[in-house]
Design a protein around this ligand. Sequence first.
Ligand code: BGC
Length: 410
Amino acid sequence: MNDFPSDFLWGAATSAYQVEGNNTNADWWHWELKNPRITASGNACLHYQKYKEDFDIAKQLNHNCHRFSIEWSRVNPQPEKFSDQQIQHYYDCVSYLRTLNIEPIITLHHFTNPLWFSQQGGWNCSDSVRYYLLYVEKILQALAEKVRYWVTINEPMVYVYYAFIAGRWPPQQRSVIKANKVLSNLIKAHIKAYEFIHNYYRQKKLPSPLVSIAHNMVAFVPCNNNLRNKFMSAFRHYMFNLKILNELVGRKKLDFLGLNYYTRHLIDVQSWSIKEWLNNQCAQGHNTLEKNSMGWEIYPQGLLNILLSLKRYNLPIIILENGICTLDDRQRWRYIYNHLKQVSEAIKRAVPVKGYLYWSLIDNFEWDYGFEPRFGLCAVDYSSYQRTIRESAYAYARICKTGLLIDEAG
Ligand code: BGC
């Protein structure tokens, strides 16, 4: 018997701002301009121009689905003004994937916002949901006939954490009150978009859409048997991983669970004081697992544990992101293989995993880390924009083709 079902979704993901280049109407772009010490995204990978070449590569690698995002700030460069030309571009992307027989999975919001939206208060402002829905409506009118899978918001918890608690990403706030407001608006936006998309498909008599968020989950592991650490790991698992799912599943606003998984956090809390509660990682040097080039620990076992913890929701699961940044392509292959092994184990244990998408199809702009982290199945030369398919990509392609867990990276 195959390790993966024959209708399994196999692919890779990207996001607009990280690959397209020249998203000059996005808030992140203006943040880069104001902060010369931050690497500017510039041309990124020129994917906007080279999307056909990139989708051809996905085809060559036996991918049967592809996740990418629409850049809201391109389509909606000013309040209530939409660009037909940019919408046409995304229509062309989807159409091209369809001609290749690759299922598109569309993300509507992946961290960046139109500049005007941020200037009006962004997700902290009460009009945010209304603005987002106007954009969603436009996209639906153009793409609904060609798209079944929608991801409304990428990683709401991560966005809120980096932009409104850690103060690292624009608008660089550090406020629990704002963070709560933003999270609640993102959840509202998802719910409204979910309802809107379903109504739209019903009215147009289109086959039922599949709508979700992409939810980043971390394996929180206590550093030792200390009660505080055990408690804090369970608390974070609940707050960061489960709470939002409990709410959205409870309200029946997810058709599948979109999971992004990368790493574990080793929890070692020194006291019960409130400031320790957001402190993420053990600082005593116990995080000794192999790491990616950004220092994240590699912990495939965590993926199985998380998948098992999702069984309770009784919904199909699609892994929308899992990947490693590394200069060592053999390490990339080990990462993919070892995580897929856990996925196949989860399937054996009756967890309904329906797809796996590697992050990312091509090397790209890794936010405030710039271009150094190399996540791609495909290398990008940032002077010529030439793509080179890595060996790990071919090894992954063999699994995509056969549904068999074959380890032959060479
Ligand atoms: C994000 C991507 C990012 C990746 C690697 C995910 O949390 O969705 O945009 O590139 O992690 O850091």
